[in-house]
Design a binder for this molecule. Structure first.
Ligand code: ATP
Ligand code: MG
Length: 340
């Protein structure tokens, strides 16, 4: 037997019995459920995402199995590792992200600007990686519930490569599938029209622009609007309201806003590829790491608050727990979030 024959199988087909008996339901959504399960052999928690085959159709699942085994080979710091499938329960097995989705985090905690910038940058890195594949791997379902947060508050993109544009597919059907997942806000306007072009990388760039807005405002776009209203408004060039980004913000936020507006441009050809702006988001997220006057105030926090109010305050959320920035290292107080 040569070495290749003995290469360990990376993509596993798990049996139900491979997991401890107590499955913790994390979420129920339109296409299935997500559980936290413990793999007996590894003594490690994983996430199990089940697909309701009566809703998705058996064909959908068969396609996923075909696709996911190759997608699972992709490894990058900002995309979720996929360990395998569990065909017994029609599920995908992946890394468990202890802080859940960015969608939930944005709704429950006030994030400081350095953290917001870092999350925007990490998401752009993950997307840039997917688009750097040849051919580019399109996500087509980028939204804050598909950006997951680990216990150190770093992000990983999930559920990439599960939605496909199939050759000769009817665009209305494609749109309906996306809208049924509650994704209407993330769909670029050209998808609503009858143009025959299949979605390309600029589809994801548009969705990223909306994600940026959500991170900067900690609000949901088009809140309270019906699907039809969103379709109409977005087709007419309207976008989420930029004035909802808090006034008390670092000057560098203007550059973030400029990137965001380019990303959601009406004309998909004017949307920049991720590779064009990752350097910029990198520089912006590093602004806060530079030691300087921030750390040198005689009165410590009091001086810093006076000079850099945006470092200390952000939009208030429904909980009172703020994630505080330690002035010494710009990192977040992990206890604050873990105590929730
Ligand atoms: P879609 O099916 O379009 O991706 P969705 O993201 O809303 O829709 P799920 O992917 O099933 O639905 O995820 C639902 C929720 O489960 C997420 O918002 C997140 O809170 C949680 N979740 C999903 N995957 C994981 C994971 N790997 N670790 C921890 N929590 C997860
Ligand atoms: Mg998801």
């Amino acid at each position: 037997m040569d070495r290749l024959d003995r290469a360990p199988e990376q993509f596993r087909n798990f049996q139900k019995d491979d997991f401890e008996a107590d499955w913790i339901k994390v979420a129920k959504c339109k296409s299935g459920e997500v559980y936290q399960v413990k793999v007996k052999l590894w003594r490690e928690n994983c996430a199990l995402k089940t697909f309701d085959t009566t809703l998705c159709g058996n064909n959908f699942y068969r396609k996923i199995i075909e696709e996911v085994s190759s997608i699972a080979k992709l490894k990058f710091k900002y995309i979720i590792p996929i360990y395998g499938m569990c065909s017994e329960v029609t599920a995908l097995v992946m890394e468990y992200m202890s802080n859940g989705s960015l969608n939930n985090l944005l709704a429950s905690h006030s994030l400081m600007w350095p953290k917001k910038f870092q999350m925007i940058h990490e998401t752009s890195l993950g997307m840039n990686f997917l688009h750097s594949m040849k051919p580019p791997l399109l996500h087509l379902n980028l939204k804050t519930s598909n950006i997951l947060v680990d216990d150190h508050l770093h992000i990983k993109i999930s559920d990439f490569g599960l939605i496909h544009w199939e050759e000769g597919m009817n665009k209305t059907l494609f749109m309906e599938r996306l809208a049924a997942r509650g994704n209407i806000s993330y769909i670029p306007p050209e998808t609503f029209t009858h143009s025959p072009d299949p979605p390309g990388t600029t589809f994801d760039v548009y969705s990223f622009g909306i994600v940026m807005w959500e991170i900067l405002t900690q609000q949901k776009p088009y809140a309270g609007c019906s699907v039809t209203t969103v379709l109409l408004q977005v087709s007419q060039g309207k976008r989420p309201c930029v004035t909802m980004i808090p006034d008390q913000r670092p000057p560098e936020c203007e550059q973030m806003i400029s990137i965001m507006k380019q990303c959601w441009d009406d004309d998909h050809r004017k949307r920049p590829p991720f590779s064009d702006f990752v350097k910029q988001t990198e520089a912006l997220s590093e602004v806060f790491k530079v030691p300087g006057p921030i750390h040198s105030g005689k009165n410590g926090d009091a001086d810093q608050k006076a000079n850099y109010p945006w470092l200390f305050s952000s939009v208030k959320k429904i909980t009172n727990t703020e994630m505080s920035v330690s002035p010494s290292d710009g990192q977040y107080d992990k206890e604050a979030i873990l105590s929730m």
